[in-house]
Ligand binder design. Structure first.
Ligand SMILES: NC(=O)c1ccc[n+]([C@@H]2O[C@H](COP(=O)([O-])OP(=O)(O)OC[C@H]3O[C@@H](n4cnc5c(N)ncnc54)[C@H](OP(=O)(O)O)[C@@H]3O)[C@@H](O)[C@H]2O)c1
Length: 332
């Protein structure tokens, strides 16, 4: 595993990190807590020492599970968490309605006032059972709070030693420029995969020019690029994947057809499709770290091997030619 520096910060992250959204269960149809803890432990033991979670993942549950897994080896791990998606008060910008892990209807708001960020940081520190967070990221832009106010809150948290660095997620290049006026943000966490390359147009060049790290999220397109889903797959209750554009027709069939072709290249290399997808993603310009979600140790052990090989120029070209042929519908 290679460790890369996140932007201009002093944070070193593993090139493939553990994504802890699914282990919170919310929007993933639930999760098994024992498997989850073992998954995070396995990740750290195999060099995937960077763990990305968020307060909203399972409404604190993901952070609590990470705390259990990291206990006794805090110094070996880098904990990245997020704030700013709230469910306990109706403030800021309404984001969407959902259900919590107990099936209770709730509304999610994007809200990152200074007061709220400071209070949320203390709550996350408690959930995580630690006295510092390596990287504290605003989860989603909040149009009702000046960007400078949120960045000032991060600055204050750095000065108090509660966080090592501040960062953003789902920020456009304009918002990043606004943030940089107040704080040297370490990174932007943003969706990026073989089948979702939107950020290549503006965000990647901006981050490269300004030395801002990029944490690529949903690199397996939430499991689709592992090749395990066949047409007609029935997802469990509470799993939001069928509601996303990549899991709807005609996109679903087109991506499944793509994975069949990618599998030929993976087989020639004796690697799995997950490893091929993660390896491709980590090699793309500007990408500092690839956040690979997993629910159990088996998935982690598969994903961690994505760093054990280097694709040749010829293989990269074959893959890129296949990706260039993929046309997805955006309005479905
Ligand atoms: N900032 C944001 O707004 C944001 C948004 C999304 C994600 N993220 C972060 O990015 C991380 C990664 O993204 P993601 O979790 O959305 O999606 P992902 O990494 O593309 O996919 C993760 C899912 O794919 C399946 N999977 C993973 N490895 C596998 C393997 N080797 N074999 C078979 N199945 C495998 C598992 O789900 P099943 O077993 O259920 O199939 C797993 O939960 C998240 O955990 C989170 O930390 C951030």
């Amino acid at each position: 595993m290679e460790y890369r520096t996140l932007g201009k910060s002093e944070i070193q992250v593993s090139e493939i990190a553990f994504g802890a959204w699914a282990i919170g269960g919310w929007l993933w149809g639930g999760a098994d807590a024992k498997d989850a803890i073992r998954a995070v432990e396995t990740a750290i033991d195999h060099g995937m020492t960077t763990i990305d979670t968020a307060a909203v993942y399972g409404f604190g549950l993901s952070e609590e599970l990470v705390a259990k897994a990291v206990k006794g080896k805090r110094d070996k791990a880098q904990i990245l968490t997020k704030f700013g998606m709230i469910w306990d008060e109706k403030k800021g910008k309404f984001y969407f309605s959902t259900q919590d892990n107990n099936g209770k209807d709730i509304d999610i708001y994007a809200y990152s006032s200074k007061e709220r960020v400071l209070a949320d940081c203390d709550r996350s520190l408690k959930n995580l059972g630690t006295d510092y967070i390596d990287l504290y990221q605003i989860h989603w832009p909040d149009a009702t709070t000046p960007v400078s106010e949120t960045m000032e809150a991060l600055e204050l948290l750095i000065s108090k030693g509660k966080i090592r660095a501040g960062a953003v997620s789902n920020y456009s290049h304009d918002l990043m420029a606004e943030a940089l006026k107040t704080l040297q943000i370490a990174s932007n966490q943003i969706p990026y995969s073989m089948v979702n390359r939107e950020i290549e147009k503006e965000i990647v060049p901006y981050c490269i020019d300004n030395n801002i790290g990029i944490l690529a999220y949903s690199p397996l397109q939430r499991g689709l690029l592992t090749g395990k889903f066949k047409k007609g797959h029935s997802f469990g209750d509470g799993d939001s994947r069928p509601d996303t554009p990549y899991y709807k027709e005609p996109n679903l069939s087109r991506i499944i057809d793509l994975t069949v072709k990618l599998k030929v290249i993976a087989d020639e290399r004796s690697v799995t499709l997950s490893q091929l997808a993660l390896n491709w993603t980590k090699e793309q310009p500007g990408i500092t770290c690839v956040l690979a979600g997993a629910r159990n140790p088996e998935q982690v052990l598969d994903n961690v091997k994505a760093v054990d090989f280097k694709l040749t120029g010829e293989e990269m070209k074959k893959i890129n030619d296949l990706l260039a042929d993929l046309k997805l519908e955006t309005r479905i």
